[in-house]
Design a protein. Structure first.
Length: 254
């Protein structure tokens, strides 16, 4: 069931989303050579507590016999696509790190992700980040009342594949509100004009996951970290977006 939010509820959810945006902004500034992904996790944990919010991901249970997710952030480096576990791994010049972060605040969840260059990166790598970020912008343009859900999906796929990259199939975006994951699922691929009709009050976490090589991914032995099968780079950008009568509102934008 898709849960529509009132204007008042969307404003309440914006508060959670703004905390997410502020924390990600600080993490972007902190992600430098020599910093560990655990350092970034500690910063996110501290800022979450200072804002009287609850980490959205910490303690989430995995499928199968794996540990609940131990971090406040997901930190995925280079060929890691999503769900990387923070550790003592030091970031190096030329790396990229995708950070996914969410909070629960005042009864609502916010969720966003950004892929950050560490120091100076190659032009080829920067192009992957630029295309992934812009594909999110293209998707958001389609998040308007009256469109179909797959118009969002098709916007990502058509933009990305035209640039020579591939769209991850195994993981998708989602509705979000009083629960972190709500209906509907929001794929980043597919033909336009299909799926549910978008309505004012829907709030979606739209999150392109884009690979430099092919779109195949594999989950590592920790049960969480997901990497490209070909070892090539991957980027991930996400915003929480409210659909209104007039235009999409990016709740996590700072």
């Amino acid at each position: 069931m898709i849960i529509l939010k009132s204007e008042k509820e969307i404003e309440q959810q914006r508060e959670a989303c703004q905390i997410v945006g502020q924390v990600l902004k600080s993490l972007k500034e902190a992600a430098k050579p020599g910093v560990t992904t655990k350092d970034l996790d500690d910063l996110a944990a501290r800022m979450t507590k200072e804002n009287n919010a609850i980490p959205a991901f910490k303690g989430v249970r995995a499928r199968g016999p794996y540990q609940p997710f131990p971090g406040v952030i997901c930190s995925s480096v280079n060929e890691e696509v999503i769900h990387g576990i923070p550790s003592n791994r030091e970031l190096k010049e030329g790396d990229i790190v995708s950070i996914d972060f969410g909070v629960l605040y005042n009864g609502f969840y916010g969720d966003a992700a950004v892929t950050i260059p560490v120091g100076k990166i190659s032009e080829k790598t920067q192009r992957l980040l630029d295309v992934t970020s812009e594909s999110l912008n293209e998707a958001i343009k389609q998040a308007v009342a009256g469109n179909r859900l797959s118009d969002i999906s098709h916007a990502v796929q058509s933009y990305v594949e035209e640039k020579g990259f591939s769209v991850v199939r195994d993981f998708v975006g989602h509705g979000i509100g009083r629960n972190l994951h709500e209906e509907p699922q929001v794929p980043n691929f597919g033909p336009p004009g299909r799926g549910v009709k978008l309505k004012a009050g829907m709030v979606l976490a739209i999150e392109p996951m884009i690979n430099e090589g092919n779109y195949d991914v594999t989950v590592l032995d920790d049960g969480w970290t997901t990497s490209t099968t070909d070892g090539k780079l991957s980027a991930h950008f996400e915003h929480t977006v409210a659909i209104t009568k007039n235009k999409p509102i990016v709740l996590t934008k700072i």
